[in-house]
Design a protein around this ligand. Structure first.
Ligand code: NAD
Length: 370
């Protein structure tokens, strides 16, 4: 009997619409048999929390997030809250969750469903069947290192400084996440840095090499310079299984990898924290896209990124590989049948609403267990 506590935070805009479809899938799992139960609580985050409580997330909701096995997050923001103070702006809710849960590892898969291979900017044969994962360090590096400042030099010139800073423990823990994940996938890790020109790259390379030697002899490790990694991603992306890299390179490389596979509405993500004594890690799962105010409330949103984020929760928090595979297979089958939301619409295919897409995925799940 497995029980998991989930905190559901739909957020704003299309966040609320796509979360309805995830809730339907969770209910479906709860009805299957009594060996698997999801206990769900729902709360407000972002603009909706601001409207109700004057903050982007309440302390009470944060408490629930800290207790949950995983947070399932929709999206926040929208023009309605453009004039809200900086501290209470919708994104502050997301940032507090990431910070208080200590989510240092960002996982961005790039999966190319065969039915959508022609939507990629690359040739079908290069991307069809692509299934790779970028593991990006999320809480250190040049975005946070001090000093970080612009100094007026007084002679009409200014000097801007950002500091790329990593300590051993930060590289150690992200490398372990990558090796552990590779062990559940293709057993290959590429570690990307710029050791040829950056000291942080030298340390990164050294720490990853040592951890590999000490603890992960069964995983293949390749070191790759980050610029070459960018090139290889568009030349031959299927050579990769897991790429582990720092905050800055990860930001760029994960966007490149994501766009190999088509629309924003298709891209899930996960953020993981450190494991506790029982081996459990704090975790949050969310689509890469935002609250899409331009299409909110019209039934146009693609729920697949959100549903695929839930599949990541099944895989990485719940260790339910078969169930995660089944949700991803249901998504692939629905796409094979030619069903498309507006963002991934192609000639000759059938355009459907957010809830039609959710229903079709549920029907596929029914067929897969039949
Ligand atoms: P966005 O991702 O919301 O939308 C960009 C474009 O992609 C829009 O045209 C939108 O309609 C489309 N799109 C996005 N998701 C889609 C989906 N599931 N189905 C179909 N089409 C989809 O980015 P934006 O327009 O720059 O930002 C809108 C708001 O979202 C802003 O307030 C921004 O701050 C916020 N935002 C939040 C997050 C988050 O919560 N993690 C991330 C990015 C942006």
């Amino acid at each position: 009997m497995s029980t998991f506590d989930l905190l559901i935070l739909p957020g704003d805009g299309i966040g609320t619409e796509i979360m309805v479809e995830v809730n339907r899938i969770i209910e479906w799992f709860n009805k299957q048999d009594n060996s698997l139960t999801f206990n769900c609580e729902q709360d407000l985050v972002g603009g909706s929390a601001y409207d109700a409580h004057g903050v982007a997330i309440t302390d009470a909701a944060m408490e629930k997030a800290l207790k949950a096995d995983a947070v399932i997050f929709g999206a926040v923001g929208g023009p309605k809250w453009d004039d809200v103070s900086y501290e209470a702006r919708p994104e502050a809710g997301l940032l507090r969750l990431r910070k208080d849960l200590g989510l240092f590892a960002n996982l961005r898969p790039a999966i190319c469903y065969p039915a959508l291979a022609d939507s990629s900017s690359l040739k079908r044969e290069l991307v069809e069947g692509l299934d790779m994962l970028i593991v990006r360090e999320l809480t250190g590096g040049v975005y946070f290192g001090e000093p970080k400042e612009i100094t007026d030099l007084g002679n009409g010139q200014k000097r801007a400084v950002d500091t790329q800073l990593y300590e051993t423990y930060e590289i150690d823990r992200i490398a372990r996440v990558a090796f552990d994940l590779a062990g559940k996938r293709g057993s290959l890790v590429h570690s990307a840095e710029k050791r040829n020109v950056m000291k942080s790259g030298v340390l990164w390379n050294e720490v990853v090499t040592n951890i590999h030697k000490e603890s992960y002899p069964n995983i293949k490790l390749e070191h790759i310079l980050a610029d070459n990694c960018a090139m290889q991603l568009v030349r031959n992306p299927k050579q990769f299984d897991v790429i582990v890299t720092d905050n800055l390179f990860g930001d760029v490389l994960s966007d490149v990898a994501a766009m190999l596979t088509g629309s924003l509405g298709m891209l899930p993500s996960a953020s993981l924290g450190a494991k506790d004594e029982s081996g459990k890690a704090k975790a949050m799962y969310e689509p890469v896209h935002g609250s899409a105010p331009d299409i909110a409330g019209k039934g146009l949103a693609n729920p697949i990124a959100m549903i695929a984020s839930f599949a990541m929760a099944l895989r990485y928090t719940c260790d339910l590989t078969a169930e995660a595979d089944m949700v991803e297979k249901a998504i692939a089958n629905v796409l094979d049948q030619g069903l498309r939301t507006g963002d991934i619409m192609q000639t000759g295919k059938q355009q459907v609403t957010t809830s039609d897409m959710g229903t079709a995925i549920l029907n596929e799940l029914e067929d897969l267990v039949a």
